[in-house]
Design a protein around this ligand. Sequence first.
Ligand SMILES: C[S@@+](CC[C@H](N)C(=O)[O-])C[C@H]1O[C@@H](n2cnc3c(N)ncnc32)[C@H](O)[C@@H]1O
Length: 302
Amino acid sequence: MAHDHQHSTEHGHGHVHGHGNGTDIDWNEMAPLLEAQAELFGPLYEQALGWLADEVPEPGLIVDAGSGPGVLSCLFARTFPGARVVAVDGTAPLLDRARARAADQGFGDRFDTLAGELPEALEKLEQPAGLLWASRSLHHLGDQRAALTAFARRLAPGGTLAILEGGLPSRFLPRDIGIGRPGLGARLDALEEEWFARMRAELPGSVAEIEDWPALLTAAGLRHTGTRSFLLDLPAPATDRTRSYVAASLGRLRDGFGDALTAEDRDTLDRLLDPADPASVHRRPDVFVLSAHTVYTAVRPV
Ligand SMILES: C[S@@+](CC[C@H](N)C(=O)[O-])C[C@H]1O[C@@H](n2cnc3c(N)ncnc32)[C@H](O)[C@@H]1O
């Protein structure tokens, strides 16, 4: 992930982050990228939600904690036609987008939003959740253990907590792309990992934690019920939408990490981003997206 204020990119674990020499993230500024990414990752989320639908047939109330602009919240509304969905986020303008999306997709009558800091905002829920989902939001909270305990408290007896964390870094290009030094993707991943560690360390109330999610879910009083990873595999030849997502992601890496790269890697990224260059991701034939996300589920004992 990157540096330079207000920049954002795809985290190595497959998600969008803001970047900065500081690690403050302007979530609102990232809305278009969050939406584009969640839409591109639609086939992966459909598989994950299909799995959850088998595990949790009638959740009643679904809470999407750290929903962002609500692409996934709306997918939950579609996958669970009998459920109400509440999207919760600390960035109110993203929730405006979520509500508009739900209305556009015909779910407005069973879709609500709740603005506020996690996990405290969940105390304002009027009823306990049958399914509480948190994708790539938990790791933005300083004390993840305490947050999981708070999430667990908002579950109905027998309710399920599902968190999406970890997985594998996204890759967009082969190891050797014919320009620059092979292995650029791995070097960018390493920079992102450093950024991520700094981001976590600088969160308010940050607590270092072994990211053993099943153990943390168990410590929160839940019974770990499953771990599954889902693949996004968009092979070459890439669609225009995929190319534009790859270009946006690499562009943010270039902006954010430019100073930390070698001159050779910087030049390579510049060529990859130059629409006039036949070697760029706008034109080259070997662009793809390959990514994996992991979902952990746990149930509150009845
Ligand atoms: C990486 S985005 C994930 C969005 C969505 N869940 C997805 O998977 O596409 C993280 C979201 O968590 C929200 N967030 C981060 N820290 C938060 C906090 N302390 N309280 C409430 N929301 C927070 C951000 O506003 C952002 O919408």
